[in-house]
Ligand binder design. Structure first.
Ligand code: GAL
Length: 416
């Protein structure tokens, strides 16, 4: 009897401890594809293991355009989630409006300043204070290829634009779709910025998409980017409009298409489908961008909350994201590389190791540039204006590259 009483009092004690501590975090994200869902689930499980509850707020749509619209509605009605996927300059804008909470205590306790590169922490801070937590580093300028398809077409995996067109012709002649692509704004912009990095080089890419210099935006090299974009579009199938990016990746996985130009979240899809790098699929830097690196950093911004237990849960979430355990499992599934610089990379594949090496080298050589298509370079407003020019150009068979570049410079000037 005494034993039973002790058991129950221990149980009641544990329960009261847990319920005093346990809180809920609602997390807004757009990770709904196979690889993405697997990745975000790791975080959910790790948070739940600490006694908190995770309220999933997934808004489908690669690139996050729809998620951002939903976030605004929720914030305006005074009911934002605890955490939301926000990127680059948008983090600053939300912080300036007073929505985000200060994470300096967690950051100091966990020594974030010592384990995360400054190029990343600068984005996570507003006026020197942490308001967001980075999850990873994605490299945007990758080309994914199906080696079996290439072998059948007797084509060589390209490293330059000239080689790309030679391979595309061979793939087409052999009856394959050369380039798998989804005609959605952000995917068009992803392809566009990858071409721009090759054709403009890192210095002029920065001038165009970070400094928003209108001479570079409307210059000859930008005309060339539009010209090449149009040429590439002839190697994409006519069912592409509206196609989701992961459906395009599936076309490479199942061998209907030869290649896809996409960030390394595509690797998450190959991995989720049980495919092996170097055997079932190949990753190479997008044509002409071997030394360069377009970075896309996923981060969760934390919103101001009222209930103490929810604030605790929110801080546990922030802390968990930067633990080496989470960084390993999440990034193995997501296709990205860890954002901590002190990680053991033993479990990572050759694509991730190449990405890590290129990230470090490009940071030193000045070839590390932020992604315009993924919200790391410009605000949502400027990004939207650029997206429209690119997609309108692609959708209009009569559009002139010369005019598109002039228009690009014009709309950016008006939007900035
Ligand atoms: C990006 C995001 C990636 C990936 C991709 C497709 O903007 O940073 O993590 O999920 O969208 O949804």
């Amino acid at each position: 009897m005494r034993k039973l009483t002790t058991f129950f009092s221990t149980l009641i004690f544990c329960y009261s401890l847990n319920s005093a501590y346990a809180g809920e975090v609602e997390v807004l994200h757009w990770w709904t594809s196979g690889g993405e869902a697997k990745s975000v689930n790791v975080l959910k499980k790790m948070l739940e293991a600490q006694g908190h509850s995770w309220k999933d707020f997934a808004v489908a749509g690669g690139g996050g355009e729809s998620a951002m619209t939903v976030l605004k509605t929720r914030a305006i009605s005074g009911n934002p989630p605890a955490a939301a996927q926000l990127k680059g300059p948008d983090i600053q804008e939300w912080a300036e409006l007073g929505f985000l909470s200060n994470l300096n205590d967690v950051a100091a306790e966990e020594h974030w300043d010592d384990v995360i590169p400054k190029v990343v922490t600068d984005i996570m801070k507003y006026q020197g204070n942490y308001v967001a937590v980075p999850l990873n580093v994605h490299r945007v300028n990758w080309l994914w290829a199906n080696p079996a398809v290439f072998a059948k077409a007797d084509a060589k995996i390209p490293t330059t634009l000239a080689e790309f067109f030679t391979a595309a012709d061979k793939l087409q002649a052999a009856g394959f779709i050369p380039l798998a692509h989804g005609g959605q704004n952000w995917q068009n912009a992803t392809l566009f910025e990858t071409l721009a990095l090759d054709i403009l080089g890192a210095k002029d890419y920065l001038k165009a998409f970070v400094k928003l210099d209108d001479k570079t935006l409307g210059g000859d090299k930008m005309v060339e980017v539009f010209r090449v974009l149009k040429k590439i579009s002839h190697y994409i199938d006519s069912d592409s409009p509206g196609r989701d990016w992961n459906m395009a990746t599936s076309m490479v996985i199942n061998g209907t298409a030869g290649m896809q130009i996409m960030g390394d979240w595509a690797k998450g899809e190959f991995i989720a489908a049980g495919k092996l790098p170097g055997k079932d699929f190949v990753c190479v830097p997008a044509p002409g961008t071997q030394q360069q690196f377009i970075f896309n950093i996923d981060s969760f911004a934390m919103f101001e909350l009222n209930k103490p237990e929810d604030i605790k849960a929110q801080k546990s979430l922030a802390k968990t994201i930067l633990t080496p355990e989470f960084q390993t499992i999440f990034n193995l599934n997501k296709g990205s590389i860890p954002v901590r610089i002190d990680m053991d990379m033993k479990q990572f594949d050759s694509c991730a190791l190449d990405s890590m090496a290129a990230f470090k080298a490009s940071n030193k050589s000045g070839d590390l540039v932020p992604s315009m298509a993924h919200g790391l370079a410009v605000s949502e407003k400027v990004q939207g204006a650029i997206f429209d020019v690119i997609s309108n150009f692609l959708n209009d068979p009569k559009a002139e590259p010369q005019y598109a570049a002039i228009k690009l410079a014009r709309v950016v000037k008006a939007a900035k």
